[in-house]
Design a protein around this ligand. Structure first.
Ligand SMILES: [Mn+2]
Length: 287
């Protein structure tokens, strides 16, 4: 039966990428596709690009890839760009040479994968219409149907929300693969999706893969890369995401901004106390 793997959200985590590549050596799918977000949120953006580019896997860009490619060219720099809050992003953008910027900009936003003896699939980062729009459990069926409008493939595979999720929306089989480098589902392993064509059901079967790896070299990379040097609380939050497999950076940012508070560690305990308890997201939508 035809098989393929989709990895995504590598996010500058070389150790997680290597764990998935080693697992794929054993699994040996017919194809391997990368669904974007190679860079940012981790301390090894360029190392991840250098490791994966030589494979020439079919790939698309994620929102972090295109964002960092513009930042690397000095385009749309945020306010306070030189402050420690922006240190991890500034450093990751600084890792992108003009050659890597050009490589990122050559990636399409979505792609169609065709394997002999099976139905074609559409691979996206967020949703078919935007790399920053997820297809997660917060989306209503109507919102998802809107995002899928115009797609001709019966199976759409995305990433971006950093947890695996499978759902059927008005006849379209929607699958979101778990994140390789920065999962938010409470599982610190490196994750990806494996797909096998099921002739009897005439559909792609999704297997969520979760590969354990040693996190110590990743933590060492955070320390040794200089990402933590200027006391950046943003870098600390990103490291905390690697340690806990839970999102902290964006929720803290939103929380502090809503209250007009500085993005500083003194406010973090209050944020943490006010957050709802973490509940691992379900792998499948209730039908
Ligand atoms: Mn991502």
């Amino acid at each position: 039966m035809p098989t393929f793997a989709v990895l995504a959200d590598l996010h500058g985590n070389l150790q997680a990428l290597d764990a998935v590549l080693a697992d794929l050596e054993r699994v040996r799918p017919d194809r391997i596709v990368v669904a974007g977000d190679f860079v940012n949120r981790g301390p090894q953006s360029r190392a991840v690009l250098e490791r994966i580019a030589p494979y020439s896997f079919p790939a698309i860009s994620g929102n972090h890839d295109t964002w960092l490619a513009s930042l690397a060219q000095g385009v749309n720099l945020p306010d306070a760009w030189e402050t420690p809050w922006w240190t991890p992003v500034r450093r990751a953008a600084g890792e992108l040479t003009p050659e890597w910027v050009a490589w990122i900009e050559s990636l399409p936003p979505t792609l169609r994968l065709e394997l002999p003896g099976a139905e074609p699939v559409r691979i996206v980062h967020g949703s078919p219409r935007h790399s920053r729009e997820g297809m997660g459990r917060m989306q209503t069926d109507a919102q998802l149907a809107d995002a899928l409008a115009g797609v001709t493939e019966r199976t759409v595979i995305g990433a971006h929300i950093h947890y695996p999720y499978e759902r059927s929306v008005q006849g379209t089989h929607v699958v979101v693969v778990g994140a390789t480098g920065c999962p938010f589902n409470g599982d610190v392993n490196a994750q990806y999706g494996l797909f096998t064509w099921d002739n009897t059901e005439a559909q792609w079967r999704f297997e969520h893969r979760s590969v354990p790896y040693d996190h110590q070299p990743l933590y060492a990379a955070w320390r040794d890369s200089g990402y933590l040097d200027d006391d950046s609380f943003a870098s600390e939050l990103m490291l905390l995401e690697h340690q806990t497999a839970r999102t902290h950076y964006v929720p803290f940012w939103d929380w502090a901004t809503e209250r007009g508070l500085e993005l500083s560690r003194e406010h973090y305990p209050r944020f943490a106390a006010e957050r709802p308890a973490f509940v691992p997201p379900p792998l499948r939508a209730a039908s």
